[in-house]
Design a protein around this ligand. Structure first.
Ligand code: T46
Length: 138
């Protein structure tokens, strides 16, 4: 085990399906499906399939990313784990807790990513340099 002072974990969460014959419905509630207080919601759309976004970690921010339409791949990395996760359902959420290096790519044309975040936007919380991430993750 390392001694980083930062939370550093990711987890794929399956949401309950509340849909019926009329269509799908998924609900996200604070401290139920979402393991933190939601202070901000943003969404990414009109994506370009050949572009890679992200390529950073956060120091303290917790986030839950939901691909509400289409699909894309999240590459996620902590000191201990590294995975490529295909996000292709509005019933899946990817929890990103703190120091998780992540990037998103292979966007479908209809991809829309909705992200719930535990804090307001703060550029000082971003770690945009991989060497800095590696040093903080120790
Ligand atoms: C993340 C991944 C999953 C704001 O001003 N407010 C905001 O709430 C956000 C999210 C971004 N911005 C500004 C900062 C940049 O000037 O919007 C611009 C684009 O942001 P960025 O290049 O960081 O976008 P992505 O897609 O690389 O990363 C985003 C989030 O920023 C990031 O926190 O974890 O999505």
């Amino acid at each position: 085990m390392g001694s980083s002072k930062y939370l550093s974990s990711f987890e794929l969460i399956d949401f309950p399906d509340l849909g019926d014959s009329r269509g799908g419905l998924t609900a996200l509630e604070e401290f139920r499906q979402v393991p933190f207080v939601i202070k901000r919601v943003y969404y990414i759309y009109d994506t370009v399939s050949s572009v890679t976004r992200g390529l950073h970690a956060h120091k303290k921010l917790e986030q839950l990313a939901v691909v509400v339409s289409g699909s894309c791949v999240f590459d996620v990395e902590t000191r201990e784990d590294k995975e490529s996760i295909l996000m292709d359902s509005p019933r899946k959420g990817l929890y990103l807790g703190g120091l998780v290096w992540h990037s998103m790519h292979s966007f479908s044309d209809d991809c829309v990513i909705m992200v719930l975040a535990s804090d307001y936007y703060d550029e000082a919380d971003y770690v945009r340099n991989y060497s800095e991430f590696s040093a903080l993750a120790i």
